[in-house]
Design a protein around this ligand. Structure first.
Ligand code: KE4
Length: 427
């Protein structure tokens, strides 16, 4: 594949944008090589500026679950743009979006739109602190909740990819209130709660983590977390920015039948436009300004374009059979990849929850941050670059998830497996 134009653009970009990218994981620093600069996308494919086509399993890190440039989303959003991009005033679209979220997400009685997943999670913990009057929060090692100061402690995604899980620039005064536990470790959580009795405002976790690679909750883990937090008056926040509308229409809380007190959302509900949302029970969300005293605001929150793209996306996802179709496509890919791995002596451990998945380059099992970190990241880098050269675009880090869309065809999946067979032979 030729990459002349991407390479030239990357050199130019690196002079005026940190690392040449507007979000670190895009820089390929963890896997080597230069990132293709993308010109367009359609369905399951993305196309770079050198004319190369890739079967895409990043999907803009989750939002493009219908596939790229899905016609009903494009048509609706283009029409909305003609009516004006933003008014800074309430619109019927926000009411329609709120109704859809309340209808789909079990824990949400009331929802506030914001502009990113980070805004959603930072707002949610502020509300939890305001509701409980307590300062401490608990997060899981390896989970990523966006880049707000409180979360940059043993965080996953790009922080782990670049080996800086606890970021400089964050005052100790802030992170002293952030306690960490291992994902899938109920005993550890119980012990932490006991050691901080009455001082914890909330426990925020990805119910299905996607930021240390995709992990599956152990049997009874989410139920146990729910039981402990309910008993202790700790606000349970499911960060479903990634898993929401992905692993089920109602997210992990629907798939696993565990209802948190609050939920944070993003990605899919914007249909590819900037969006985030947080919501929960009436009594908690009544704390949010202007009804209550906890302040949170945003110039473009609920803007007509993101609402239109998000509403069009959710309407498609509500159609019968959607998640069965996603499940079947992702299961076909998993079966193909497992068959390839079985042909070679290379240790690989596969995880999948619905239409999000990861191939860990290690024997496994992988069930938390410590076990995920045992992966052979150098081998992952070789695998990643080999797949890219064969026209398959995966997330450029061992500590990220892959995403299946409704646009991926059987041929796309078969081609992906063929490419994996060729690459695995070189590892
Ligand atoms: P944003 O602020 O990036 O919209 O959302 C932050 C966030 C919050 N919670 C979860 C569970 C998330 O996965 C994310 C963002 N996910 C990453 C992918 N690992 C976004 C990609 C990136 O950082 O460029």
């Amino acid at each position: 594949m030729k990459h002349d134009q991407s390479s030239a653009l990357f050199e130019e970009a690196k002079k005026i944008i940190p690392g040449g990218v507007n979000s670190p994981v895009r820089a390929f620093a963890a896997v080597g090589g230069n990132p293709p600069f993308i010109a367009s996308a359609k369905g399951s494919k993305i196309y770079d500026v050198d004319g190369n086509a890739y079967i895409d399993y990043v999907g803009s890190w989750g939002p493009m679950i219908l596939g790229h440039a899905y016609p009903p989303v494009i048509e609706a959003t283009a029409k909305a743009l003609e009516a004006g991009a933003s008014f800074g005033a309430p619109t019927p679209l926000e009411v329609e979006m709120a109704k859809l979220v309340v209808q789909c997400v079990p824990s949400v009685d009331v929802v506030r739109m914001v502009n990113s997943g980070t805004e959603a999670t930072m707002s949610a913990i502020r509300v939890a602190r305001g509701f409980t009057g307590k300062d401490k929060i608990v997060k899981c090692e390896g989970c990523y909740h966006g880049h707000e100061d409180s979360f940059l402690v043993k965080a996953g995604s790009g922080l782990t990819t670049f080996g800086v899980p606890t970021s400089p620039g964050v005052p100790a005064d802030v992170t002293k209130n952030t306690l960490t536990v291992k994902y899938n470790d109920l005993e550890g959580f119980e012990a932490l709660v006991k050691a901080n009795k009455g001082e914890i405002a909330c426990f925020i976790l990805e119910p299905v983590p996607g930021n240390m690679g995709c992990l599956e909750p152990k049997e009874g883990y989410l139920e146990g977390v729910r039981e402990i937090t309910a008993r202790e008056g700790i606000v349970l926040i499911f960060d479903e920015v990634m898993s929401g509308f992905r692993v089920a229409l109602g997210g992990a809380q629907e798939r696993f039948g565990v209802t948190p007190d609050m939920t944070t959302m993003g990605k899919i509900i914007g249909g590819g436009l900037p969006v985030g949302a947080y919501g929960g029970k009436h009594e908690i969300m009544e704390k949010v300004s202007p009804v209550g005293p906890v302040y949170q605001a945003g110039t473009l929150s609920g803007n007509p374009l993101a609402m239109t793209a998000g509403i069009a996306t959710l309407k498609e996802l509500k159609k019968p059979g959607t998640y069965e179709t996603l499940e079947a496509k992702a299961a076909k890919l998993e079966a193909g990849m497992r068959a390839v791995a079985a042909k070679y002596e290379i240790p690989a451990f596969f995880t999948r929850v619905g239409a999000m998945f990861t191939t860990f380059f290690q024997a496994g099992p992988v069930y938390d941050y410590d076990t995920a970190l045992k992966s052979d990241t150098a081998r992952f880098g070789k695998f990643f670059l080999g797949m890219l050269e064969r026209g398959v675009n995966l997330a450029p880090s061992q500590f990220e998830a892959g995403f299946m869309s409704l646009a991926h065809s059987d041929e796309d999946i078969e081609r992906t497996v063929e490419a994996a067979d060729e690459v695995w032979a070189t590892l």
